[in-house]
Design a protein around this ligand. Structure first.
Ligand SMILES: Nc1ncnc2c1ncn2[C@@H]1O[C@H](COP(=O)(O)OP(=O)(O)OP(=O)(O)O)[C@@H](O)[C@H]1O
Length: 277
């Protein structure tokens, strides 16, 4: 498959790369109050069952937040509300001071600066690592023409910076399909970074990774926070301990506890419903 046809495949994908079909106008979040995400009183019902039940949660600008909780707690549903995949019955969801997420479509939310990394990596195996990042950059339509022409030096620099950030500089010419599972995950994070999101949502990033890959992923996510905000859903408590400053525990669609990992691990209710098992 050549790059142009891969780009068409990319634009046909429904979920991860909605940004490719994004509208031309950009709405960037106003982060002047130091809070990047406001979820207030969010309720989502599926056939009468409340997957989210008056959920209220705030994320600070530049924060790295971990979301934990038992199966069915509502973690995925919460991510789906933030990215516009699921509309809540009630409540409000704001990105910074000015972007009402409930009024935006999925592509518009991606365009506003929210990137989501699903659990399973979906890189283009038959293309090189470099080309995968090039394709991701092509989400910016002004870059499309470069797929048949040549990248500018700034574009090459951006790809090189991203390769360094995700630790794949030495792998740039390898087919993405030949990377290890961990490397594929990092490449996909790199592909999201090519869109320069302000908020990155990451779903179970270390599932299936070797201990070394887990360690490297921890470093990567920690390095991304600050400039961006990162929300990580993860079950691996050792990993959560290694990255999190603040942890939110969800249970039955609402926040059960919030605080440092030690505070959460010593919380009696948290132990009962989640960690004690
Ligand atoms: N489309 C749907 N239709 C019906 N019920 C749903 C739907 N999506 C989620 N649910 C239910 O809502 C609840 C919350 O699910 P959700 O996937 O958000 O939990 P989770 O915390 O992500 O769980 P896990 O850790 O297992 O991924 C579950 O009981 C689930 O069965």
């Amino acid at each position: 498959m050549n790059l142009a046809s891969s780009l068409r495949t990319l634009t046909d994908r429904e979920r991860v790369f909605e940004f490719v079909n994004r509208p031309p106008q950009s709405t960037r979040a106003d982060l002047s109050h130091g809070t990047i995400l406001y979820l207030e009183d969010i309720t989502v019902s599926f056939d009468g069952f409340r997957a989210l039940n008056a959920l209220t949660l705030y994320v600070d600008t530049g924060e790295l937040r971990c979301i934990i909780g038992p199966n069915g707690a509502g973690k995925t549903t919460m991510m789906d509300v933030i990215t516009g995949k699921t509309r809540p019955d009630t409540g409000s969801a704001w990105f910074g001071q000015n972007v009402d997420l409930l009024r935006l479509s999925e592509p518009e939310i991606a365009e506003a600066g929210i990137g989501r990394k699903f659990q399973k990596p979906t890189v283009f195996g038959e293309h090189s690592v470099f080309e995968n990042l090039e394709l991701a950059m092509a989400g910016d339509k002004s870059v499309w023409s470069t797929l048949v022409a040549r990248l500018s030096s700034e574009q090459r620099d951006r790809i090189a910076e991203t390769l360094a950030l995700v630790g794949l500089s030495t792998e740039q010419d390898r087919d993405a399909g030949s990377l290890s599972h961990g490397q594929k995950q990092w490449l996909e994070i790199g592909m999201l970074l090519m869109q320069d999101p302000q908020l990155l949502l990451v779903d179970e990033p270390v599932a299936g990774m070797t201990p070394q890959e887990v360690e490297r992923t921890a470093e990567l996510l920690v390095s991304l926070a600050g400039k961006r905000s990162v929300v990580v859903v993860e079950h691996d408590m050792e990993f959560v301990r290694s990255i999190a400053r603040k942890v939110t525990v969800l249970h039955e669609g609402r926040v059960l506890a919030e605080g440092s990992i030690d505070e959460c691990q010593n919380n009696r209710e948290v132990v009962e419903v989640y960690l004690g098992a």
